[in-house]
Design a protein around this ligand. Structure first.
Ligand code: NAD
Ligand code: TDX
Length: 354
């Protein structure tokens, strides 16, 4: 397949494209606006491949989308482009409405026009795969069962409300216009090439530098973590084998409190490069700071359908994936060092910095 991947210069999109080029015979056209969250260095391994092409464009730009569909004639769309950071959505929701809602609408409109122009045999194979998040389901209490495909929507932040809205639009285009849509909802990802405003890379970089480590509230909020390459494989599997109209929930089944994650990173770094110059372990850098407004307490996902129907399961556990991730940031300073110069160290994480 020739796959149009939106947001392919971001964290998960770049992992998807690296997977498509290295491990499959598909072709990838990367459509990305290159916002602050994009890093073309994440695509260095595929940039020279004849099966990879890049288009800098905004998914809100209807004319650009029309041209890109006509020129590249994709067999499928994997839609990952989004504003993705909850704290930014609290501070400045406008871009989230524009990209996540209006942009998804424009992309659906362009995809539908293109789909309807295809001959019957191509139409049968065409897919619009929308990549979404577990956050659309809201927050779980400590003893609630994990989310699954039938969990009602209950988003609580501007980010999750914008993603929920996009999910509804995608399903409406399936029901109303017969566009063959697939929706996936995944838990928190971690791994190489994640912009260091998100918890895990932010803590790794600050711990490397001996800077204070901000933990929101009391650190008891819980997330279900999935290694990004497991997510990339899951997405390719859904695109290839998923049934149009279906939703697939993806997760690592690896729930931890934020404090447990931060302490684990500290222990990994102490073991890897030694304790701080003052002889203390990096745990001593932890600071409990002002909580995120409306902070969702807990996310967890039952990914049983992915296993039973599509034969997918996560290969990494946190015990294998977290040390790999810490080692990647340690070894790939050239990937993140320029971000500090470009955005200023204080922008790496927007809220509650000590
Ligand atoms: P990211 O912020 O790292 O990357 C987003 C990419 O989209 C960037 O390359 C950016 O330049 C591009 N983009 C943003 N606005 C655009 C626009 N208007 N037009 C074209 N491109 C635009 O995000 P991510 O963490 O890789 O997440 C990718 C997708 O997966 C998102 O849809 C997100 O909601 C979803 N998701 C993320 C996670 C996670 O833990 N990171 C978990 C579940 C689902
Ligand atoms: O400095 C911090 N300190 C802290 O305690 C940061 C940045 C975060 N946190 C907490 C907030 C969350 O409970 O850590 C947890 C994880 O925070 P984020 O990395 O910002 O992720 P989250 O808000 O859980 O959302 C992520 O997972 C779902 C992605 O950013 C979303 O794009 C995805 O949809």
């Amino acid at each position: 397949m020739n796959i149009l991947v939106t947001g392919g210069a971001g964290f998960i999109g770049s992992a998807v494209i690296r997977h498509l080029i290295a491990d499959t015979r598909h072709e990838a056209v990367n459509l990305d606006k290159l916002t602050y969250a994009a890093n073309p260095a994440s695509l260095a391994a595929v940039a020279g491949s004849p099966r990879y092409r890049f288009e800098q464009a905004d998914i809100c730009d209807a004319e650009a989308l029309k041209r890109i569909f006509a020129q590249h004639r994709p067999d499928a769309v994997m839609h990952l482009a989004a504003e993705s950071h909850v704290d930014r959505s609290v501070d400045a929701p406008e871009d989230f409405i524009a990209t996540n809602i209006v942009g998804t609408f424009r992309l659906l409109t362009a995809a539908r026009a293109y789909y309807e122009s295809l001959p019957e045999d191509k139409r049968k194979l065409f897919r619009f795969h929308h990549v979404s998040t577990d956050e659309v389901f809201g927050a779980l209490g400590p003893h609630d069962a994990p989310f699954c495909e039938t969990t009602p929507y209950d988003p609580s932040s501007p980010y999750s409300a914008s993603k929920a809205s996009a999910d509804h639009l995608v399903r409406a285009w399936g029901h109303t216009y017969g566009l063959p849509v697939l929706v996936t909802n995944c838990t928190n990802n971690y791994g190489p090439c994640q912009f260091p405003e998100k918890l895990i890379p932010l803590v790794i970089l600050r711990a490397l530098e001996g800077a204070p480590l901000p933990v929101y509230g009391d650190g008891s909020n819980r997330r279900d973590w999935l290694y990004v390459e497991d997510h990339a494989r899951a997405l390719a599997t859904v695109l290839e084998k998923g049934r149009p109209g279906e939703t697939y929930c993806i997760g690592g089944g690896t729930e931890r409190s934020n404090l447990e994650i931060v302490e684990a990173i500290c222990a990994i770094l102490d073991g890897m490069i030694g304790k701080l110059p003052n002889g203390e372990g990096r745990r001593s850098l932890i600071r409990f700071v002002k909580d995120r407004p409306g902070h969702d307490f807990r996310y967890a996902m039952a990914a049983a359908k992915m296993g039973a129907e599509l034969g997918w399961k996560a290969e990494e556990t946190l015990e294998t994936g977290l040390p790999k991730t810490v080692a990647w940031y340690f070894a790939n300073r050239s990937w993140w060092e320029p971000l500090k110069a470009r955005y200023g160290g204080e922008r790496l994480g927007l809220m509650g910095k000590p």
